[in-house]
Ligand binder design. Sequence first.
Ligand code: CA2
Length: 145
Amino acid sequence: MSKKKILVLNGPNLNMLGKREPILYGSTTLTDIEKQMQQEWAIIDFFQTNSEANLIEKIHTADNVDFIIINPAAWTHTSVAIRDALLSVNIPFIEVHLTNIFTRESFRHKSYLSDIALAVISGFGAYGYTAAMNAAKHYIEQPII
Ligand code: CA2
């Protein structure tokens, strides 16, 4: 089997990871997470943006992508546009959050993506990305239905 391609998408302010608010979000930087993922079993296209339009374009132009791992950050709770973009490409995806969004403010309990995601991983910190990679591998090898 040829190497699979995984698109890893990160929403607004995640570029600040490891640089501010370490008590909440941990001390691992997004670059650390990217380096870790580049050691994984798949070809990784790792992307972060603070522009919603750029994220939507990136989803639209996902070419030969087998799986998406996305931390939509604040857009989780606001963006019908990102939901529609993900629906338009029909690529299975896992929604990842560093924190457990259900133990936080009530406005974070609503996700516009969770009901169309294959799965949601929330609360494991940076390890959530590794867990999502392992889950994606399992899914690709043994799809559910
Ligand atoms: O827990 C997560 O991963 C979130 O997606 C993070 C978002 C938040 O809006 C979601 O409700 C849950 C915030 C990302 C901001 O990241 C920062 C990292 C370090 C310093 C400041 C912001």
